[in-house]
Ligand binder design. Structure first.
Ligand code: NAP
Length: 286
């Protein structure tokens, strides 16, 4: 197995490297060594490395910054994936690309299925949706995994932000009227490895997220509970607030729970037990 990994320094990229079977040959590339927006560079790397699989963990993920930086967000989230999809098609490699729950507007009351109508509320979600479409237009065999609320021991994420803020502050006000499913990047990485090992996965969109829905407020409470179990000294009061009380440049869906039945038709794909992962991460970080 020859796997080209893009965005290797991000949360998913790092977790994927940790879980790749030892006998696979992996070319890990980061934003400096392979800018996915550079079409010539993408084609050159794929032509010389000749991967069977391309895992695109590269993305522009700054949800609020994207509102004022839509050109770069579009380049990275639309043009980059399109370059990879075209190069994958020509070189007969399978592309696994990753997208987001923010393609939905959050007006649903039951978990979103893959075919449900999309309607992103912000630039980030729109660029990710356009990226999905540009990939599937040129490469029907590509796999797109939509995931949500990603956290890990690496990079920047809500868990690490909470632990940092909670160490200094007496109280934290956290939004309680947005609900979703936290997802451990290691579980997404493991799932990608399993799909690759299975081999015969139909192209298209698949949902994959953590097994229990919560609000950001409930997620924060869970983080501090697990952190204290691991010896964390911070003990901030966590207060509920509404989205209106915490305005952000990008609007976010109030409900973005994903239905993960479709991906679980494949053997060994298990749910992402985010609470277990959170407990492990707290033990690593504290
Ligand atoms: N994080 C979340 O909460 C979340 C939620 C839902 C879906 N997702 C999706 O899950 C996937 C993985 O997210 P993540 O949290 O692992 O993201 P991440 O930690 O932000 O990592 C993304 C990586 O992509 C790199 N990158 C940016 N522009 C690039 C370019 N032009 N060429 C090559 N690499 C480039 C970044 O490098 P620099 O840091 O040097 O820019 C970074 O290392 C993404 O598709 C994301 O949209 C994430």
């Amino acid at each position: 197995m020859r796997v080209l990994l893009t965005g290797a320094d991000g949360q998913l990229g790092r977790c994927f490297q940790d879980r790749v079977p030892k006998d696979w040959i992996i070319l890990q590339t980061d934003a400096k060594s392979l800018d996915i927006t550079d079409r010539v560079a993408v084609f050159d790397v794929i032509d010389s490395f000749k991967p069977n699989i391309i895992v695109n963990a590269a993305a522009y993920t700054a949800v609020d910054k994207a509102e004022s930086d839509s050109d770069i967000a579009t380049l990275v989230n639309v043009i980059g994936p399109q370059n990879l999809a075209e190069a994958a098609l020509i070189s007969n490699a399978k592309l696994i690309h990753v997208s987001t729950d923010y393609v939905f507007d959050g007006r649903a009351v039951t978990p979103y299925k893959e075919e449900d109508i999309t309607n992103p509320l912000g630039v980030y979600g729109l660029t990710k949706l356009n990226g999905e479409q540009s990939v599937l237009e040129v490469n029907h065999s590509a796999i797109i995994i939509r995931t949500a609320w990603v956290f890990s021991e690496y990079g920047n994420n809500f868990v690490k932000t909470m632990l940092r803020l909670g160490a200094d502050r007496q109280s934290l006000s956290i939004v309680a009227d947005q609900r979703g499913c936290p997802t451990y990047a290691g579980d997404i990485a493991r799932t990608i490895v399993q799909l690759i090992e299975y081999g015969d996965v139909k192209g298209g969109v698949y949902h994959y997220c953590g097994d229990k829905e919560v609000s950001w407020f409930e997620f924060a409470k869970a983080i501090f509970e697990q952190a204290r179990n691991a010896g964390y000294a911070g003990n901030p009061e966590v207060k509920e607030i509404t989205t209106d009380e915490y305005p952000t440049p990008a609007a976010r869906p109030t409900y973005s729970v994903l239905d993960c039945q479709k991906i679980r038709q494949y053997p060994n794909i298990s749910e992402s037990d985010w609470q277990a992962a959170l407990s492990n991460i707290c033990r690593k970080l504290i």
